[in-house]
Design a protein around this ligand. Sequence first.
Ligand code: HEM
Length: 345
Amino acid sequence: CSEMINKWEKVVSVDERPCELDVWPYLQSLSCDAISRTSFGSNYKEGKRIFDLIKEQTDLTFHVMLRAIIIPGYRFLPIQSNRRLKAIDKEVKASLKALINKREKAMSAGEDTKNDLLDLLLESNLSEIKAHGNTKSVGMSSEDVVEECKIFYFAGQETTSVLLTWTMILLAQYPDWQARAREEVVQVFGNKKPDFDGLNHLKVVTMILYEVLRLYPPVTLLNRDVHEEIKLGNMLLPVGVQVSVPAIVLHQDPELWGDDAFEFKPERFAEGVAKATKSQVSFLPFGWGPRICIGQNFALIEAKMALAMVLRHYSFELSPSYIHAPITVVTLQPQHGAPMILRKL
Ligand code: HEM
């Protein structure tokens, strides 16, 4: 946490005041840093390089996918973007494998584990293999470990950075809530740096984050493929059908949330999620059921920590150049960024 705080201090310590800047790239870099350190803490530099490559891969894939809609077979053409995609894939896999081998060797030599995600994965894998008499057919292959590391990046980076970005946008639009949140942060932490225990006492900040997740859920649609014929209510779904649950529509349904469903009113979460939803499944920013997000606590801790840091150091309002244009590009994003005017407090 303290490393993340230090990082934030550098990020938000802009010299000029008041200062105009698009906060979105800063928040992206924060969440990228948090996930890199959590996944590969002890090999941060190599990990960061891997995540930078995965980011480039995601952007390029999106670019190729868009063109493939117009030009069938586009992704197979021997053009620069496709060649780069192959090269990135090769480098990511090779770097991750090198990291994994290094850690496995250190573990076999009895070195202390580093308690980051990679070590936890490797450790649990090793004990599962041992428990089954060293059979290779159990546990994860190194390819599986590589894919797990990639999914942590995909699932955890952009989602958290857009949550933080929409939160700053809404707090800029609702200065009374910004002031209430700041008051709470100052009351809980005083002049001390935010710490983990204090984060659990941030009630107003939590209400605000829930309300932002309701109005601007980073994941707007939950998709499922039907692999076996199944009855859902009075519908029989055949194999091959894709089912989408539009979380964002449920989150803004006046029948579920009342006539003020479209308004930013964090007070609806004053007594927690169960009361706000009247115990119905109408709030699913992190999904629902057995595949619910495993990173939701991580994401909320990171968001509270980051917000506490920003609120303590800066007040902010939207720049006149801000254009409100939410768009779904995998996650729900502000199409033209989030330019803000920051004032050091
Ligand atoms: C605000 C931040 C986040 C949001 C809104 C979010 C949202 C979601 C949602 C909606 C799902 C379920 C998808 C489905 O059912 O199809 C999911 C799954 C997942 N999330 Fe998150 N997530 C966030 C942060 C994170 C973080 C920080 C991590 C990792 C540290 C993470 C790791 C995962 C993983 C691994 C899954 C797949 C779980 C499984 O399939 O069993 N997420 N997330």
